[in-house]
Design a protein around this ligand. Structure first.
Ligand code: PHE
Length: 315
């Protein structure tokens, strides 16, 4: 029996021999049942045999299990000479990358990031921004109107209203998000993105605005200095309003952002006393800034979801 156990070469065979020995009708089971009829010496001999056999089974079982494990490992051996599987890593979308840059810079200036709903009511998108019904400036933006009178947000300025309503003054924030207008060509998409800064406190002036914008552009475009051109402009929610151009690659002026001192009516609409507080707002196209920085020329590519394009332009 001892020899037989040692020579068994499969776990199944070992299991059947074990059952034949120690199972309900097993040989050893039968002998043990008969123990009471044996004399002392024979009992001790039987006990020894019982213990010894169990130990032999246990040892052989672990030997066979080890052998099976080793055989498995042998089969799965790593072939380090094989080429690695192609790695399918994702990339950051250029807009995501640009936002990370923008927010790191603005946050370092003390601006706090806000978002807001893309479906806006008339109050936040227009009226509170000093653009009441029938105001001609409503035509400046080709708005998507919804049946219930709400609109697809045409400008992130709506987020500023929400932030001022909630926090009041002083406040230093920037709103980011998708905006919608009826327009479409290589540089315009019906859905695009804006980023808009707002700083309201006591004694804030236009030169604070220009200083922040200049420093922001320097850092975003990683330039030692930027040459700016300030042009008077018109937005219903700022007075005075300006447009800021930036000298690009030493040879052309690019329109970069709209800005101005927040109109007293807007502050008033958000329950901020314009005699006590004033400040500025500036807004720019997030997509447009990303296109400039990364040298891209078709805004529509941002939204195509073309993985090959993203792998080329992504980060
Ligand atoms: N909301 C304006 C636009 O969409 C940009 C702007 C923002 C202008 C803040 C002035 C101040 O054109």
């Amino acid at each position: 029996m001892q020899e037989q156990i040692k020579n068994i070469n499969s776990l199944e065979d070992l299991q059947s021999l074990y059952t034949a020995t120690f199972g309900k009708n097993g040989t050893m089971t039968a002998k043990l049942k008969n123990m009471k009829n044996l004399d002392n010496d024979a009992r001790m001999a039987l006990n020894r045999e019982n213990t010894e056999l169990r130990e032999l089974f246990r040892v052989r079982q672990s030997e066979l299990e080890n052998a099976a494990l080793m055989a498995g490992l042998e089969k799965q051996r790593l072939d380090v000479s094989l080429n690695p599987m192609p790695e399918n890593r994702g990339t950051l979308h250029p807009l995501t990358h640009a936002l990370a840059n923008v927010s790191a810079i603005l946050e370092s200036f003390g601006y706090e990031m806000w978002t807001g709903p893309e479906i806006e009511d008339d109050w936040h998108n227009f009226t509170a921004l000093n653009t009441p019904e029938y105001h001609p400036a409503r035509d400046m933006q080709d708005t998507f109107f919804l049946e219930n009178g709400n609109v697809m947000r045409t400008q992130t300025s709506a987020i500023q209203i929400r932030s001022m309503e909630k926090i009041g003054a002083p406040i230093k924030m920037f709103g980011i998000g998708a905006t919608y207008r009826k327009e479409m060509d290589a540089t315009h998409s019906p859905m695009f993105h804006q980023i808009e800064g707002l700083y309201i406190d006591k004694n804030i002036t236009m030169s604070d605005l220009i200083a922040d914008v200049r420093e922001f552009l320097k850092r975003f475009f990683e330039m030692d200095d930027v040459q700016l051109r300030i042009r008077p402009s018109y937005f219903p929610f700022t007075e005075p309003s300006i447009e800021i151009d930036m000298m690009w690659q030493g040879n052309k002026w690019l329109e970069i952002m709209g800005a101005g001192m927040v109109h007293p009516n807007v502050l008033h609409n958000c329950n901020i006393n314009p005699d006590e507080y004033q400040g500025f707002a500036f807004g720019f196209g997030w997509d447009r800034l990303a296109m400039l920085k990364y040298g891209l020329n078709d805004i529509r590519k941002f939204y195509d979801g073309d993985v090959r394009w993203l792998q080329k332009t992504g980060f």
